[in-house]
Design a protein around this ligand. Sequence first.
Ligand SMILES: [Zn+2]
Length: 213
Amino acid sequence: MQKINLVEVKSDDDFEIDMMYAKTQNMMQTDVYSAVGMGNRCFVQPDLWECLQNLRPILQTKGLKLKICDAYRPPLAFDLMKKIIPMEGFFAATAERSQHCHASAIDVTLLDKNGVELDFPCAVDAYEEKYALQVLQGKVDEFYKHLEKAKYSWNAPEDAEKIKNREMLRQMMENVGLAALEHEWWHFNLPNKEKYPLVNSVFAADGSFQFFI
Ligand SMILES: [Zn+2]
């Protein structure tokens, strides 16, 4: 095992940290990130930190803020999530296959200068409480139908404004070298994923932390 450094991204004028798995308003209805000691903290690979720094002037020109809803996901949290929602295909098959567990991915949305979220075809993670409650009972059909709105192929004419925002976000993120995922408009990751091994972590009660590969 080898110690490595991730960079912590904190809320400031350009970024708002609001990790969706560090509260109960998520598909698990469970604060899994506090359960593993990380809480509402955002860690990324130094290369991803660089991309975010390059995004600052773009955000400022547009008068927007990037809300980060997920970044590094501890493998322990991933295992917990799979236990709560065990259905095959819901999450990545293993922590190894989730780029969040490699600290090389972020889930984001955009806020205007008043802190109001721009409209997108669906919420980040396609989260809605009603779907979460269904999924927790093992009923995924309605949610999977709703998930169509998460894809770049979603093009309903009545969502024209939302789709414009989705395309603007994609353009901004690709301009700083991040890659989009065709089926999740909110997800962006570093290219060359083989460069970033799975990251394990220890979070202590005093707020200190260590990362290992
Ligand atoms: Zn993601």
